[in-house]
Design a protein around this ligand. Structure first.
Ligand code: ADP
Ligand code: MG
Length: 481
């Protein structure tokens, strides 16, 4: 059964726990740094691998990053908070506990607005807390060995916990994309999922349609791509639906997402907060921030994706879809604005950017980057097309040339005979018409459908470089006398 079928009988209840790696110079409780993909075990220090006697120290810039996030989601920012030890055993956690926050997180509440099916949902957050990352283990099933890399051990994270308010797997994906967008906008994390800088645990339960009663939830750990968030939740909804429809119960469980098999597998049953034996870390005194730290952050201007979205919808009359695409990143939003500010209509700029320009980047699987095509160049192309000096097709061809060869737009314009404003289009068309005098006389005798034939001839002979509008105008002049 598919998800929407199941949704007719069951309400979906989803809560996410999202880990975001903060782009701080050093780790959260020590001075060594973390970087992705470096030689294993070269980025460590006594504190980050938990050697006896090594003491943690809180990184101020990690605190500031968390406050910036709290501000962006309009959460309550605590001046006073503590750190707690969360105990569990795993080889990539050499201390036997992770330093996290328990009952006094740095941020409580807040919400993240998302759009789903054309409607806005404010997704409420329970909390946002600071914590350290664990190392990485690599299990080699062929020869039954495991390798450990402690580079990531102690890297700075925030964990964002939502209330159980997401109602569809697709919403979960959109929410996660939104979190990435926000942390990018406020410059606290690049959040590249492919580098494990944005990871998600999804909690799922089903509730009899409209009953409002929560069912038993399960949790899928360590989901590492936007597509997989949706897929993992869908697969778990299907599993729970099968259990419930066959009269079985859903057992509280922790699952992991198996990418190869496309299913979530049960890792362990039952796991409650008390299993972790949380207690305040005696090595880290309670934090009491200077008011100025919070005040400074609160007084900075912060631009968020929805500020652009609202502006583009209200001031430029774009649709929600157009506005969202153009607000994906700050770079894109600024690029779009600079073209509009130079005098191109918002609709036209939006169409060129989100179709022609993005197509080029998508084909090469690259992120948008204004260096490949400066906004001045795209502005010039749109303007030339607008003024019928070049055709839409020439515009696209020029855009591609700039993208592929990094050439200057004027150089391309001069070398490719694109600009037809200096051509004597009138005599070129007369010449072409004189080569098909038969058709011309048939046209004059009433065979009006030959118009298409003339346009085709002219396009072919001028390689599509003369604007459709100009061709029609000229043909009308010439054929009507
Ligand atoms: P735990 O103690 O198991 O970590 P929490 O109550 O702290 O559980 O919630 C963890 C996550 O699970 C949160 O994102 C929360 O929204 C979500 N959650 C809680 N109850 C449910 C439920 N019945 N169905 C789905 N998600 C839930
Ligand atoms: Mg949990």
């Amino acid at each position: 059964m598919n998800i929407n079928e199941i949704n007719k009988n069951w309400d979906f209840i989803i809560g996410l726990e999202i880990h975001v790696q903060l782009e701080t110079k050093s780790k959260i409780f020590s001075e060594c740094s973390y970087d992705y993909d470096q030689t294993p075990n070269t980025l460590t220090c006594p504190t980050s691998i938990g050697l006896p006697g090594a003491l943690p120290n809180i990184n101020q810039s990690a605190i500031e990053s968390a406050i910036k996030f709290g501000k962006a989601v309009k959460g309550k920012i605590s001046k006073k908070f503590t750190f707690a030890r969360k105990h569990y055993f795993y080889p990539d956690l050499p201390k036997g506990y992770q330093i996290s926050q328990f009952d006094q997180p740095i941020i409580t509440g807040g919400f993240v607005p998302i759009w789903w099916n054309g409607k806005k949902y404010n997704i409420e957050l329970t909390r946002v807390h600071l914590e350290e990352d664990a190392g990485k283990s690599f299990h080699n099933t062929k020869n039954n060995t495991s390798n450990l890399d402690y580079n990531r051990s102690g890297a700075a994270l925030i964990e964002i916990v939502t209330e159980p308010v997401l109602i569809h797997p697709e919403q979960a994906k959109i929410f996660m994309q939104r979190v990435k967008q926000i942390v990018n906008f406020i410059n606290i994390s690049n959040a590249e999922m492919e580098k494990g800088k944005l990871r998600c645990d999804a909690n799922i339960s089903l509730s009899k349609k409209g009953s409002g009663k929560f069912g038993v939830k399960t949790e899928i750990k360590n989901i590492n791509s936007f597509r997989n968030v949706q897929k993992a939740i869908e697969s778990e909804i299907i599993r729970q639906n099968n259990l419930l429809n066959n009269g079985n119960k859903v057992e509280q469980a922790t699952l992991t997402w198996n990418n190869d098999k496309n299913t979530a597998e049960i890792m362990r049953l039952k796991e409650n907060a008390d299993d972790y034996r949380y207690f305040n870390d005696p090595d880290l005194p309670p934090v009491d921030l200077d008011d100025s730290i919070i005040d400074n952050i609160m007084s900075e201007t912060t631009i968020l994706p929805y500020d652009y979205e609202n502006k583009f919808i209200e001031e430029y009359n774009l649709t929600l879809n157009e506005a969202s695409i153009l607000s994906t990143t700050k770079k894109i939003a600024k690029y779009f604005e600079s073209i509009v500010d130079s005098g191109i209509s918002a609709k036209k700029a939006s169409a060129w950017i989100s179709t022609e320009l993005f197509r080029l980047f998508n084909e090469k699987n690259l992120e948008f980057n204004s260096e490949k095509i400066p906004s001045e160049s795209l502005f010039k192309i749109i303007k030339l097309v607008d003024e019928d000096k070049i055709t839409q097709n020439s515009g696209k061809e020029i855009l591609r040339k700039i993208f592929e060869n990094g050439k200057d737009i004027d150089e391309i314009l001069n070398s490719g005979n694109f600009d037809t404003s200096n051509l004597d289009i009138g005599s070129i068309i007369s010449e072409i018409l004189s080569e098909c005098s038969d058709e011309v006389s048939r046209f004059k005798n009433g065979e009006e459908k030959l118009m298409g034939f003339f346009i085709g001839q002219i396009n072919r002979k001028t390689k599509g470089k003369i604007s459709h509008k100009i061709i029609i105008d000229e043909l009308k002049k010439k054929l009507n006398n």
